[in-house]
Design a protein around this ligand. Structure first.
Ligand code: HEM
Length: 212
């Protein structure tokens, strides 16, 4: 049953070129623009924009992490969209950070530094962004070729980056809501699966051959 669903989905997805992820990925940002222009963003538009961009960043980041497990567990194959999804996620993290620095801090470095001191969880968000920069920079074919096996190792940074981003998000609550636990649990589960599969692959590769 699952195999049939996966096959149908994969056949349908074959018609969607990877570049289509970019216009699709821009839709949440356009929605934020629409809400801002029509007054639907909330009583505090700056916070509304900032928070929505943060959520979109988190959804795309976690979505990107889920691609491999989704294929292994269900057969649904989104691997060829992974790079584009990762870049869209990165764009949202950058826009989220910029919304804070421009709209919230008014481009004032002093105020921004003061805010970082006052709300240390912002440093977790910034650390996540810093870890994502080398991944975005090396997401092109030339870098994959040039770095060889080191590329894969470098892209492991996505796991601590997402974890830092999610901790940054959770830290803002006095009482963490159910949705917060859900995103945290999902991130840990995706991380756990990756570690488990990685360890199993290494164990199989290193198992001493029996002398037959
Ligand atoms: C992977 C990186 C990041 C993720 C996943 C992320 C996610 C989020 C989410 C989901 C929220 C909304 C929380 C809520 O109010 O319900 C948020 C808020 C916020 N984030 Fe991030 N963020 C990231 C990086 C950053 C960076 C680099 C900055 C820059 C300093 C930043 C600054 C903020 C600020 C100022 C808020 C609003 C806090 C408030 O409402 O007072 N974030 N973030």
């Amino acid at each position: 049953m699952m195999e049939a669903v996966a096959n149908t989905m994969n056949m349908t997805l074959r018609r969607l070129p990877p570049w289509a992820v970019y216009p699709l990925g821009a839709l949440p940002a356009l929605w934020i623009v629409w809400l801002t222009l029509t007054g639907g963003i909330g009583v505090d538009p700056v916070a509304g924009i900032e928070q929505r961009l943060g959520y979109d960043a988190m959804y795309f980041l976690i979505g990107g992490l889920a691609i491999s497990p989704l294929r292994r567990l269900t057969g649904i194959n989104l691997i060829r969209y992974r790079r584009q999804i990762g870049l869209v996620a990165f764009a949202y993290v950058v826009l989220h950070m910029l919304s804070w620095f421009t709209l919230d801090m008014g481009l004032w470095w002093r105020q921004a530094l003061g805010d970082l001191y006052k709300r240390p969880y912002l440093l977790f968000g910034i650390s996540a962004l810093v870890l994502l920069v080398p991944l975005a920079v090396t997401s092109n074919n030339a870098s994959v070729r040039r770095l060889g096996p080191r590329w894969r190792r470098l892209h492991w940074l996505v796991y601590p980056a997402v974890l830092l981003g999610v901790v940054h998000y959770l830290w803002q609550f006095k009482v963490i809501p159910q949705s917060g636990w859900f995103w945290f649990g999902l991130t840990l589960a995706l991380l756990g699966l990756r570690l488990w599969w990685g360890a199993r692959r290494r164990m199989t590769a290193w198992r001493p051959r029996s002398k037959a």
